[in-house]
Design a protein around this ligand. Structure first.
Ligand code: ZN
Length: 330
């Protein structure tokens, strides 16, 4: 193209060299350089494809290792997700159900974490989908683990509370089965032994020998331990927490003091006939949130089935717990 070219000059009849104008020269040079550049690019990529550089070989190997690692990671994630779902089911349907806790709402369980900012960085790589998927799933798992761990902490506290409640709740007979006693008055309405009027009896009366040991029926703190001027005589009240109190009235002797911690089975005093009493007996009473409840339901394990049936049938005649009007009953 740029080789020497000749033509016949009609005037001199001699061959003479064709001379290019400078504009033509620039144009030819431009085309030539452009062609060279295209050729160089094609050669470079073609060459690399056939003969990759050592660095490219390393990258290719790394890439294939990463792909298989991602595949393995994906199947590991599936397993972790399944385990988490199992834990969640057991938490909601078993642990929380036993302790009467509501299941964790789906809106909280499913709360995601913001990933859009991280996704922006992923745009720099060639296949962001694969990495994004794994990264989102890990975020999701980490979130679920956090919520699960809070829920289980809650369950643990509630279980401790339940254990404590079982230790505190009045649940044994205040008189040992080894000591002789008989039930003289049940819980509910009865004819008052003094006024002969039909009145509510807030507890049960257990007659026995003066001096018989009276046991505390659940762990708690003594909240009253002296003579009750309304007729209960020498009286002990134990606060068991959780809204429960137990009352031991007409005692002969009091062994405890107000503020004292007391365990189930420990002695509060002895059976007597102090206060408004027609004979030696224990008036035993349980209140829940200051409402008298039937003590029979709290120590049935220590009663014979005959005694229990007698108390239960008498109690079922009543309308249930009622608010006390005062301490006029014994
Ligand atoms: Zn009584």
């Amino acid at each position: 193209m740029l080789g020497k070219r000749y033509y016949i000059n009609p005037e001199t009849l001699r061959y003479e060299r064709v001379r290019l104008s400078s504009r033509q020269l620039v144009r030819y040079l431009g085309i030539f350089s452009f062609g060279l550049i295209i050729l160089a690019i094609l050669m470079r990529y073609g060459f690399e494809r056939v003969f990759p550089t050592p660095r490219q070989i390393i990258y290719q190997k790394e890439n294939s290792v990463l792909r298989s690692e991602y595949a393995a990671l994906n199947s590991d994630l599936l397993e972790v997700e399944a385990q988490l779902s199992d834990l969640r089911n057991r938490d909601d349907r078993f642990y929380r159900a036993i302790l009467s806790l509501d299941p964790v709402p789906n809106s909280i369980r499913g709360a995601g974490t913001g990933g859009s900012e991280r996704d922006q960085h992923l745009l720099a790589i060639r296949e962001p989908g694969m990495v994004r998927d794994v990264s989102h799933r890990i975020d999701n798992i980490s979130n679920r683990v956090k919520i699960q761990s809070i829920s289980l902490e809650n369950v643990y506290e509630e279980a401790l509370n339940a254990q404590h409640f079982l230790a505190c709740k009045p649940s044994i007979n205040p008189i040992s089965p080894a000591d002789p006693y008989w039930l003289t008055s049940t819980y509910g309405y009865r004819k008052d032994p003094f006024t002969k009027k039909r009145t509510a009896h807030h507890g049960i009366d257990m007659a026995g020998r003066v001096g018989t040991d009276i046991h505390c029926t659940g762990a708690g703190i003594v909240s009253f331990a002296r003579i009750n001027k309304y007729g209960y005589g020498k009286e002990v009240v134990v606060d068991h927490g959780f809204g429960y109190t137990s009352r031991y009235a007409h005692l002969d002797e009091i062994y405890v003091e107000v503020g004292q911690k007391i365990d189930r089975g420990e002695l509060v005093g002895t059976l007597g006939s102090t206060g408004r009493s027609t004979g030696p007996h224990l008036h035993y009473e349980i209140r829940k949130d200051n409402i008298a409840v039937n003590p029979t339901y709290f120590f049935y394990e220590n009663l014979s089935s005959q005694e229990y049936n007698m108390l239960a049938s008498r109690a079922s005649e009543q309308q249930g717990p009622y608010r006390p009007v005062g301490y006029s009953q014994k």
